[in-house]
Design a protein around this ligand. Structure first.
Ligand code: MLT
Length: 252
């Protein structure tokens, strides 16, 4: 299995992802929020590339069974039901709801990879579950870090390193690109000090400044869920993969 990490979406157009197995990571905060929403019973999430498109897809309705969610510069878009803080996506708020989500980088990165054969959504919250699924699939993997406006983000790359490390625990047959090796180096550098790394990161600092420090704690939780959200035909859902073939036994 070859693993490559795209440190930002900048150098890959939509066609680059055609037929590939892709994992999108936006630790702060889009993929953390998507995973939280599904964990709390959201039916599905439709990621979109613009606020206008979000409103169009919702048919102008936000409330009832469909909720518009998302942020601009980390703050809730005016008129939307929810922002992009995982703490807003409680069971009470999202159970059985369909959510249309716009975020500055994360939702766009997911849509950019829409031609992937398998498109998985990851954060620190589901590292092991993602690694298990990737080992089951056995395909080459592209980990797409959402980054920030086309730039590198440390937190996404460290999370990519965690996913690679977890895959290496499952299978010996792994070949790493230079960026995948660099992600592993960063993972080893920070070790378990994930919350500190998030607090020191540029986006972490912005979130703290805007009153979202508690979100970093949610984002820093490793393996808080077994969910493996997948993007299928425009929607993110969390299928039950427990019936699929067992992953290879762990390396001793
Ligand atoms: C993004 O997609 O850029 C982020 O999730 C921004 C945020 O809400 O922190």
């Amino acid at each position: 299995m070859k693993i490559h990490v795209l440190l930002s979406p900048l150098n890959a157009d939509e066609l680059y992802f055609t037929g590939k197995t892709v994992v999108v990571v936006d630790v702060l905060r889009a993929t953390t929020t998507i995973i939280t929403a599904l964990k709390n019973g959201a039916k599905k999430i439709t990621p979109v590339e613009s606020v206008d498109f979000a409103v169009k897809v919702s048919g102008g309705i936000s409330g009832g069974h469909t909720l518009l969610a998302g942020e601009r510069n980390t703050l809730m878009v005016e008129g939307f039901a929810l922002g992009n803080s995982p703490l807003e996506f409680t069971e009470e708020a999202v159970k059985d709801k369909s959510i249309i989500l716009f975020t500055t980088n994360g939702s766009k990165a997911i849509v950019r990879a829409k031609f992937a054969e398998n498109l998985l959504i990851a954060s620190f919250n589901n590292v092991s579950a993602i690694a298990n699924r990737l080992a089951e699939l056995g395909n080459d993997v592209e980990i797409l870090c959402a980054g920030s406006n086309g730039m590198f983000c440390v937190e996404d790359t460290v999370c990519a390193g965690w996913i690679i490390s977890a895959i290496q625990e499952k299978t010996e047959d792994v070949e790493l690109s230079d960026s995948a090796k660099a992600s592993l180096v960063l993972k080893k550098h920070f070790g378990k000090r994930i919350l500190k790394m998030l607090k020191d990161s540029e986006h972490g600092q912005l979130l703290i400044g805007n009153g979202f420090e508690e979100d970093l704690k949610v984002a820093a939780e490793v393996d808080s869920t077994d969910l493996v959200p997948v993007y299928v035909q425009g929607e993110i859902i969390a299928p039950d993969f427990s019936g699929s073939k067992k992953s290879k036994p762990e390396k001793k």
